[in-house]
Every structure is written in structure tokens, then in C-alpha cells.
Design a protein around this ligand. Structure first.
Ligand code: MG
Length: 104
């Protein structure tokens, strides 16, 4: 990572904090809205909200904080898909599949 600028490394650190916050948000949601849950659909919804907020932010009609908030919600749903799958569509947790591959 020696060829990465200090600015980029700072951004990576901030993103890892965002991921940590998203996982905490996902853990709360997993208790409040347990499976079966339509996680796949929520990923589409949340990612669309990121796009909308980012475009509006570029146009001066949305704040960067709200764009980041939508990004956190999207990451949270991606984490849920990885950790527990989608009980509505019958997709099992992807994390388990990854672990099984590591163990081969
Ligand atoms: Mg949202």
C-alpha cells in the first residue's frame, strides 16, 4: 500500500469506520426485523437511495452527510445478505459458503 496517497489512506480509514457503523446498524435491524426478510429487495432500495442522494448532493439539493447515511444503510443490507441471506427468496447466508471454501 506504499503507492497510496495519504489522502486515500485517510479515506480508507473513514470508510472502515462507516463499515463498522453499518455492521452495528445491521445487527440492530437483524433483531428488530428478523428473517424471513426481503434483504435482496432492500439492497436495491437502499442503493437507489444512495444514487438519488448523491445526484442531489452534486446538484446542491442534498447534504454529503445524508449521502453517507444512505451508503451506511446500503452497506448494512449488504452485510445482512452476507451474514444471513434472504429468507423471503430462500437464499442462505453467503458467509457460510465463503467459510466452507476457505476450509477446503
Ligand atoms: Mg435509505
Amino acid at each position: 500500500m506504499t503507492d497510496i496517497s495519504d489522502e486515500t489512506l485517510d479515506a480508507v480509514g473513514g470508510f472502515l469506520i462507516l463499515v463498522d457503523e453499518a455492521i452495528s446498524e445491521a445487527a440492530r435491524a437483524m433483531k428488530k426485523f428478523p428473517q424471513p426478510n426481503y434483504v435482496i429487495s432492500k439492497i436495491a432500495e437502499e442503493s437507489g437511495e444512495v444514487v438519488k442522494a448523491a445526484i442531489h448532493c452534486a446538484e446542491g439539493r442534498e447534504t454529503p452527510e445524508n449521502v453517507i447515511g444512505e451508503m451506511r444503510q446500503t452497506i448494512a443490507m449488504l452485510f445482512r445478505l452476507y451474514a444471513e441471506g434472504d429468507g423471503v427468496h430462500g437464499l442462505p447466508a453467503l458467509a457460510r459458503l465463503r467459510v466452507e471454501r476457505w476450509e477446503r
